[in-house]
Design a protein around this ligand. Structure first.
Ligand code: PLP
Length: 370
């Protein structure tokens, strides 16, 4: 079976984790601090606060930014559920704004419409879905004009760039995830990135039980959202290879796109010239999505649907106050998207098999339709 994701773990990664075990310094410490500083510098921001996951990073950053009950936060409905859950957990109200069909990211025109229509909007929480940055020029401009916080969910976009600037460096703050399907992993893990000193300090307090490292002088009612040294050592080792891993994803994506783009009925992902896509997912559109998915499974090729429903259409959101809609582009994407394997562990033979299988499916359909 060709899996949809497979983290690359080298002997060096393993040695670096064993080093932490040998040190007996298992919770927060020197490795975490080094990972925070190195990753923040990589993104192009001043501060990094490592967390136990991308989800806890989202929760802490919204609380640190002062988002609270009654506030409205603009989010896309086409994302992993953790994005808007963090808004709900703050007692704030998500305002779901539809995506662009090409990039799958927030449509700045619709964001502006929403800003005219909805009261009490405090922030835009933008997602760089699949590793492709959202239109940060237009979104930064809107945030400035309307006096809003701009927070980036860059959980799928380590190393992605817009006009040469890295995802995570545009907003007041950003979050990343190091879950095993992401472009680099620490098992579970996440990071808050910001250049705002006050926000960084508040976020760090929240993540570390409300006190400065090691002290029992509680300044705020905090959490334990800390990353371990074990995770950070793995992250540091992985970070050294991030650009190379992204390059492999891009090469795999280029191979697939060159061979899939002429197949009728299949639309490969796009990479607008001002964007640098890091292909956390390689997501095509096809009308007969479910049939293709089943066909590929029969050929030993694992695929995934990211995401099958708009977040506000899930059962969890039936009892949650939210605003916004309709989301025709999100609904269409939910019916048509299919993510194919693109990860760096694919060999040339895997890539060839994926293309052959998709082509065989398209050929069989063309025969049926004649
Ligand atoms: C993975 C992901 C998260 C959450 O990260 P976890 O580390 O899994 O908690 C949040 N937002 C998006 C868009 C993600 O893809």
């Amino acid at each position: 079976m060709i899996p949809i994701a497979r983290p690359v773990i080298t002997e060096e990664d393993q040695a670096r984790v064993l080093e932490v075990l040998a040190s007996r310094q298992l919770s927060s410490g020197a490795w975490v601090e080094q990972f925070e500083a190195t990753f923040a510098a990589y993104v192009g921001a001043r501060f990094g606060i490592a967390t136990s996951s991308g989800t806890t990073a989202l929760q802490a950053v919204l609380e640190a930014a002062g988002i609270g009950p009654g506030d409205r936060v603009i989010v896309p409905p086409f994302t992993f559920v953790a994005t808007s859950n963090a808004v709900v957990h703050r007692g704030a109200v998500p305002v779901f704004v539809d995506i662009e069909p090409g990039t799958f990211n927030l449509d700045p025109n619709r964001v502006e419409d929403a800003l005219r229509r909805h009261r009490n909007v405090r922030a835009i929480l933008v997602v760089h879905l699949y590793g492709l940055p959202a239109r940060m020029d237009a979104l930064c401009d809107l945030a400035r004009r309307y006096g809003l916080l701009l927070i980036e969910d860059a959980a799928q976009a380590h190393g992605a760039a817009f006009q040469g600037r890295r995802a995570g460096s545009f907003g007041d703050a950003a979050i990343f995830s190091f879950y095993p399907t992401k472009n680099i992993t620490t098992g579970e893990g996440g990071m808050i990135i910001t250049s705002d000193e006050v926000l960084a300090r508040r976020a760090r307090l929240l993540v570390h039980a409300g006190a400065q490292d090691g002290s029992y002088e509680y300044e705020v009612v905090g959490y334990n959202f800390r990353m371990t040294n074990l995770a950070a050592a793995l992250g540091l080792s992985q970070l050294e290879r991030l650009d190379a891993l992204n390059e492999l994803r891009r090469q795999n994506a280029a191979y697939l796109t060159a061979r899939l783009q002429d197949i009728p009925g299949i639309r490969p992902p796009v990479e607008p010239p001002e964007m640098y896509h890091v292909y956390n997912q390689y997501t095509i559109r096809i009308r007969e999505r479910d049939a293709l998915r089943e066909f590929l499974a029969g050929q030993g090729i694992q695929t995934r649907i990211y995401y099958p429903r708009p977040v506000p259409a899930t059962q969890a959101y039936r009892s949650v106050p939210y605003e916004g809609g309709p989301w025709p582009e999100t609904e269409r994407a939910c019916r048509e998207v299919l993510s194919l394997p693109v990860h760096p562990s694919l060999c040339p033979e895997d890539l060839r098999r994926i293309v052959e299988a998709v082509r065989a499916f398209a050929d069989s359909r063309a025969v049926v339709q004649k």
